[in-house]
Design a protein around this ligand. Sequence first.
Ligand code: NAP
Length: 390
Amino acid sequence: MGRHSRKATVFRTRRRRGYGLGAWRMRVIVDMPAQSLGPCRMVDLSQSNVNPTHSIIGNFRGFWAYKRNADVTTEAQAMNKPTSSNPVSRRQVLCAGLAAGASLACARTSWPAAPPSPISRAIPGTSERLPVVGLGTDKFRTDARDAIRAEISRMVELGGTVIDTAAAYGDSEAIIGDVVASLGVRDRLFLATKLTGSGSFRGGATGEASFNRSLERMRTTRIDLLQVHNLDGVDELLPILQRWKQSGRIRYLGITTSRVGQHAQMAAYMRKYPLDFIQVDYSLANRDAANAILPLAIERNTAVLVNVPFAYGSLLGQLRSRALPPWADEIDVSSWAQFLLKYVVSHPAVTCTIPGSTQVAHLEDNQGAAQGHLPDQNMRRKMEQFWDAT
Ligand SMILES: NC(=O)c1ccc[n+]([C@@H]2O[C@H](COP(=O)([O-])OP(=O)(O)OC[C@H]3O[C@@H](n4cnc5c(N)ncnc54)[C@H](OP(=O)(O)O)[C@@H]3O)[C@@H](O)[C@H]2O)c1
């Protein structure tokens, strides 16, 4: 058989917005031997009566990324560097996407229906990788428990792992703990929480009392990342966190801020202590962290979580009535949320961003930013100019 006979081609025929991971009407022509894929040789989704569910959309987006030779699990891909290896075979990805369509022909195959891996970054100094888009939870409330359960379940399906919470976020830790325990997915998640030196939240626990409360509420014996919240009690708490790290109660330690006014103080702490992580505010509209904090994180080998990537949702409100620029296609962006998140995670210092969401559709949309191409330096400048002109 000739080389061309093994090629699969995806044509994006029309684009619609409003689905979580970006909705593409696709025509998929699979030019493979009939015996390889059976009745799956030609599938035209735009003509089929298959409902374009988020699953199939997600899998086809992944296939699109694969088609563009993206190694979705390596830092090279995250930085738009060329790469040749890919752990997922063409056939696996294609058939995973098709199988997700329930009634499509590939469901008869034995290939797994797992979505493609999201883009990931290594925690500096380790071989451990985190997907570049996680989940912020400061709006998690008991009355949204069902939606939160669905969100966490869906995030795990899509390959997301990072969940950021805090002792100060009302019931958030307890809801996460209950949901994670009931789903049985603790081992697949990277759980980050926070404590303060002053106990400045409802319940008021500080230091060890706060940490014990977090462990109990999150129903776990070990936290992946424990952070000093809003730089509250750094000098007092960091030696304690270092001891907990040595004894295995936490895996990584860090400090957080979400205010430009605290960046100078954060930089001073970054120089003073060997931090595994910092968490900082950074977005297309708030680029202050890129001046000093993010370069310092690279210099100090510190991982970076980015909070408030949508400026608490306000950026999405500002952009809602505008159309995406046509060049957003070049970075596989199909929503404003993905546009904003891809800007953030394409900074070389950024390990992961944690957009807050309480709706599954928002989570799926945001997870879509961990697929496909990321902006290179030129594209990042273009995005900044676009924002500055709005
Ligand atoms: N000092 C600190 O340590 C600190 C401070 C602030 C925040 N944080 C962390 O950072 C996380 C993120 O910050 P944030 O949640 O306050 O603000 P954010 O991520 O900038 O924005 C969250 C808002 O955006 C909306 N949203 C999310 N995805 C969307 C989508 N695809 N389409 C439309 N709307 C969407 C959410 O709505 P829905 O809720 O309706 O989905 C929510 O209203 C927090 O949850 C928290 O974990 C840390």
